[in-house]
Design a protein around this ligand. Structure first.
Ligand code: MG
Length: 447
């Protein structure tokens, strides 16, 4: 049997296997119990298994007595925006994010339009695990309404928060690959309103992904080849639910998600929206974001991995921008979640107003190489002693223990995190070059 993943990001399972409709309905019943009358926003990406989960989720919510506003096929950040638009009590997003086509799942959002906080998640899971659904009687079942304008309102919300005049005037040629995912629904609305010449690859919102939906270099040969024709100023790729974004430069070079985030953070900070700018990212984000923030005197705070932790950090620090190195921009002025549409608008403003090509700007950033590896342990009992060895070996260095152990050196770092579900320790290393990174990794693994 394939894995069923339950975490603060929600639930993900394989269709025809671990993705059981009963499970989807039970999660919704428990969420209804957790939020009460609601309303709760329900929407999801373009996956072919959407209706299996969506119908079960709506049924569960209504049976729990929770009102449902069904926004249909949308981007994950669209649901997050609709929670705020309707002053809803939360949202359930039908999506397995960047996982391959056979997966689907549910992302669970709170009333601020962000993922549940750790405390909220524990409270919700306590209800779910108790497995005592409180069914509403006929007088108090939830009401069901549909809403068709969510994508339009999402885009308008972005364009009311960000002045896009410079983009309109720059006459940019953009290439975008939403991979037949949810981005294919939002992009046409956004680009028409932006007045940008946009060429689309894989723009059918049918959920038949042309390539693996995770926006990694090895999955993006098609857009890289098209960009090499030299007709475009920039390329964008979104994951299946279009929260994550990666930028490719005008030559088809994949700049990576961390550098895509840095490119956006650079622009936001250059606008000097506040005298006390602050940036928040997770612990496994490239140092390049901190380097860019330093140009503007902005401190960078690192949080545990997971979007909800970054969002909480942004709220606590009243930060202007942040995100996750492996996954996109959070711009609190617009919303509390990663949003590829916001990322594209910020990147296009950077491109339009800098007068520099993407490659020229990225060339000004320090170069780092990140290596990701796994260390298998015989049992999870071995994990803590391994982390202790790392701490002891690097006792004289700066160490962060919020999430596993992160050791920070002058121009490199090592982050060691135990998996929550498997007897595996994940190792992330970043250094100015691959040799230095590999040496750091080898030292840690030999401890
Ligand atoms: Mg995603």
């Amino acid at each position: 049997m394939s894995a069923l993943i339950m975490s603060m990001s929600g639930m993900r399972g394989v269709v025809g296997d671990t993705l059981d409709p009963h499970l989807s309905m039970n999660m919704a019943l428990a969420f209804g119990q957790y939020v009460g009358k609601g309303p709760v926003i329900v929407g999801g990406d373009t996956r072919v298994s959407y209706h299996i989960v969506q119908k079960a989720v709506i049924s569960g919510l209504l049976a729990a007595g929770t009102d449902v506003i069904d926004v249909g096929h949308v981007l994950t950040p669209t649901v997050q925006q609709m929670i705020r638009h309707f002053d809803a009590k939360g949202g359930l997003v039908i999506s397995a994010s960047h996982n391959p086509i056979q997966w689907n799942g549910i992302k669970v959002m709170n009333e601020s339009g962000s993922f549940l906080t750790p405390e909220e998640y524990d409270n919700y899971m306590a209800i779910y695990n108790k497995n005592e659904p409180a069914l509403a009687d006929w007088k108090s079942v939830g009401t069901y309404t549909t809403f068709d304008d969510a994508l339009e309102i999402h885009v308008d919300r972005i364009l009311s928060a960000i002045d896009t005049t410079s983009i309109k005037e720059a006459n940019l040629n953009v290439l975008v690959d939403p991979n037949n995912g949810a981005g294919a629904l939002g992009n046409p609305i956004l680009f028409e309103k932006l007045g940008v010449n946009c060429t689309v690859l894989n723009g059918e919102p049918n959920g038949l992904f042309k390539h693996d939906p995770e926006p990694l270099k090895e999955n993006l040969s098609e857009i890289m080849a098209e960009l090499k024709t030299g007709q475009y100023d920039i390329g964008f790729v979104q994951d299946a639910d279009a929260d994550r974004l990666v930028i490719l430069d005008e030559n088809g070079v994949f700049i990576g998600e961390d550098y895509s985030l840095a490119y956006c953070v650079d622009y936001v900070l250059s606008q000097k929206e506040t005298n006390t700018p602050h940036v928040v990212v997770n612990l496994s984000t490239s140092r390049v974001v901190e380097d860019v923030a330093k140009k503007y005197g902005a401190p960078t705070t690192y949080t545990k991995i997971g979007e909800t932790n970054v969002t909480q950090g942004l709220k606590e620090k009243n930060a202007v921008v942040g995100g996750e190195g492996n996954g996109g921009v959070i711009y609190p002025k617009v919303g509390w979640g990663r949003d590829s549409l916001v990322g594209m608008v910020i990147a296009l403003k950077h491109l339009a107003e800098s007068g520099k090509k993407v490659s020229e700007t990225v060339a000004t950033y320090p170069k780092y190489t990140m290596i990701r590896d796994k260390y298998t342990v015989k049992s999870r009992d071995e994990v803590l002693p391994f982390l202790d060895k790392i701490k002891a070996h690097y006792a004289n260095e700066t160490i962060d223990t919020q999430d596993g152990v992160k050791v920070m050196f002058e121009d490199s770092w090592l982050h060691v995190r135990p998996s929550n579900t498997e007897p595996i320790v994940r190792l992330f290393v970043e250094a100015p070059n691959a040799e230095k990174g590999q040496a750091l990794l080898d030292t840690a693994k030999a401890l």
